[in-house]
Design a protein around this ligand. Structure first.
Ligand SMILES: [Zn+2]
Length: 84
């Protein structure tokens, strides 16, 4: 199995990764993709990462300018709560 491009939140969830959002101000947070996905699906929202980043707001600076990507596991899974 080679590396496959991850474009949506479901891609992240399926592979067991976590969603990582990095703001322009340097603030970073990880979200549980399953929980977020469930919420977005219920609303019929777009789950593409490029779209997702525009709908998140930074708790530090208030900007909506995140870079959405994926990351390995979650050693700090309780450290940061996703408030999207
Ligand atoms: Zn910020």
């Amino acid at each position: 199995m080679g590396f496959q491009r991850i474009n949506t939140l479901s891609d992240i969830a399926k592979r067991g990764y976590w969603l990582k959002l990095t703001c322009k101000c340097g603030h970073m947070r990880r979200c549980d993709p399953d929980k977020l996905l469930e919420r977005l699906m219920r609303r019929g929202a777009d789950t593409r990462l490029s779209h997702l980043a525009k709908n998140m707001k930074c708790g530090m600076c208030g900007r909506k300018d995140f870079e959405a990507t994926h990351c390995e596991g979650a050693a700090d899974r309780f450290a940061i709560r996703c408030a999207a």
